[in-house]
Design a protein around this ligand. Sequence first.
Ligand SMILES: Cc1cc2nc3c(=O)[nH]c(=O)nc-3n(C[C@H](O)[C@H](O)[C@H](O)COP(=O)(O)O)c2cc1C
Length: 214
Amino acid sequence: MQKKRVLIVYYSYTQQTKMQLKKFILGLESAGIEVSQERLEPLTPYEFPFRTNMRLTAAMFLTFFQRRMAISPVSDACLGAWDCIILAGPTWSYHPSGPVLDFLDRYGSNVCGGKIVIPFISCRSYWRLHYWTLKRRLGLYGSKVEKPIVFMHPQKEPWRFFGLILQLRGKIMRRENSWFRQRYPSYGHSKQQGEEAMEEGKKLAGKLLNDWCG
Ligand SMILES: Cc1cc2nc3c(=O)[nH]c(=O)nc-3n(C[C@H](O)[C@H](O)[C@H](O)COP(=O)(O)O)c2cc1C
């Protein structure tokens, strides 16, 4: 029997999507699924961390208006026959990130048209508008968009908001026992969410092997 093949198209700015994908892929591969990855490479990426509050505010503002971030051409291998495509990346100001939006504009139809696509989202807490945007755009290309796989930062508000801002400004506190670190131990996803990502990979593998994706 021919192996089931999954394409993962992704962008990750602070490596949270990438970390979660790593586990997700382990789950898929442990069940014998063949996985190919396409990393979206912005031509002029945002600096990390943002050097000033002004630059961070400008990024938040522009991404709110879905500003595209031009990417390098994707490889021709993306145009193959896939049993499923995972479109992964962070939420930026409620929307898909700039590189993913550019991917959709330029390659969405050719790569994802008529295929089963599962959005894979890493965010602090807001993902619905991001998902709806992907669903609407991909729907125009005749893709069958499945329920998204979503990972939200597990820390409590308001700490996870301030923690994100501090992280993006490169100002996260180093002292383990500081007042803030006790409330916000670390930025991003937890180890447990990594395990959940692996389970999601296994779950998807099971569906693909049973010729069902839904
Ligand atoms: C410019 C920018 C805007 C963001 N806006 C949102 C947002 O509107 N909602 C949200 O939940 N997270 C937002 N985030 C947080 C990211 O979605 C979150 O940190 C995610 O885990 C990052 O994934 P990555 O490391 O793969 O880039 C934003 C991050 C950046 C850099």
